[in-house]
Design a protein around this ligand. Structure first.
Ligand SMILES: [Zn+2]
Ligand SMILES: [Zn+2]
Length: 349
């Protein structure tokens, strides 16, 4: 893998915002800050057309993020009123958050994959139902009741932030989104979210990869109540799907641009394979079959479990569960015992 966003990487190391850059003729990279978040910023891409500009992702919904987006567009020679459309890679707040305001100020259309539109709609229609589903899932996998309650509350706070904008365009796998002057293809890459998409620009030999493939970190893949029954297995398939494309440079939504998609996909797959092995080893080394919650506490994370925030502990458990489901489907692990909570055992061939 070769870092091609050299200035972006240097900015990352210096802990400052990277510059607005023209990465191809008519294709701009605009960093939009995510306040108080270790990811620091989303890279919004702006595609120049004959009658304005189309964005790929919009950024986090906060005043300083909005200001950075407006200023970035200005550097590229555009006003917010010139935005014709927003292609959103997935429904996470750092990508979708500002879409509503962009539409409000410019009349732009918003495009999203139907699977993520469904998720947004379900949250809006029935937030209480989602909280119930989360509590149900927590109990099922051995999260103590008081912890489960705290985690559900954290979700409630997060739900309050979601800006509900019904996208008017549905992104369809393998088809061209309506971007004048560009020959883009939507590549549906479920995993990180059920409706995650990348955009392939064959003419420029680039892949706008969203959160699907990033140069340094692995995207979170968790078994959320509405994530489908095997998000990690689906993610593996989505990695192979983009690996097969002719791509010279990857334009990700975080961190920095890079070349060597094939190699990066290989590293991601190897990372998860190692994780699957670690999970089997922890189960095998225990005295009795663990719950996913117990198991998560025994795994290696970027920091000790005691220092992981409650909300992130839930994410850690859902990631663990996503791996357990892959092991279960492969016949390498199985649910054991009766009733709740679910416990896991290694299957010895
Ligand atoms: Zn995301
Ligand atoms: Zn993101």
């Amino acid at each position: 893998m070769e870092v091609t966003g050299v200035a972006q990487r240097q900015a990352w190391l210096d802990k400052v915002m990277p510059p607005v850059e023209r990465v191809r003729p008519g294709l701009w990279s605009i960093p939009v800050p995510i306040p108080d978040n270790p990811l620091r910023y989303v890279l919004v891409y702006a595609l120049e057309g004959p009658r304005g500009v189309t964005l790929v992702d919009a950024g986090w919904d906060a005043p300083e993020s909005w200001d950075a987006l407006v200023a970035g567009l200005k550097t590229a020679g555009f006003e917010i009123g010139d935005v014709r459309g927003v292609l959103v890679t997935h429904m996470h707040h750092d990508h979708y958050g500002l879409a509503a305001r962009v539409r409000q100020e410019s009349g732009a259309w918003v495009a999203l994959h139907p699977e993520d539109t469904k998720l947004l709609a379900a949250r809006q229609r029935d937030p209480a139902g989602l909280i119930r589903a989360i509590r149900r899932q927590m109990a099922e996998h051995g999260v103590p009741d008081d912890v489960g309650g705290t985690l559900a509350e954290a979700t409630r706070t997060m739900l309050g932030m979601v800006e509900h904008t019904e996208p008017e365009i549905a992104l369809v796998d393998g088809t061209a989104p309506p971007v004048e002057g560009w020959d883009l293809r939507t590549v549906w890459t479920p995993g990180h979210s059920p409706g995650h998409v990348c955009f392939h620009d064959a003419r420029n030999n680039v892949l706008l990869s969203g959160d699907h493939v990033l140069p340094r970190i692995t995207p979170t893949i968790g078994l959320f109540p509405r994530s489908g029954d095997d998000p990690l297995g689906t993610f593996f398939t989505s990695l192979e799907k983009v690996r097969a494309l002719p791509v010279g440079e990857v334009l990700p939504a975080h961190e920095y641009r890079f070349a060597g998609l094939d190699e990066r996909v290989g590293v991601l797959l190897a990372h998860h394979e190692e994780r699957l092995g670690e999970i089997l080893a922890v189960i095998a080394g225990g005295t009795e079959p663990p719950t996913a919650w117990e198991l998560a506490q025994e795994l290696t994370w970027s920091r000790p479990w005691a220092r992981i925030q409650p909300f992130m502990r839930r994410t850690a458990m859902l990631e663990t569960l996503a791996h357990l489901v892959v092991l279960e489907k492969a016949g390498r692990a199985a649910r054991t015992g009766t009733g709740e909570p679910v416990r896991w055992a290694v299957v010895t061939p």
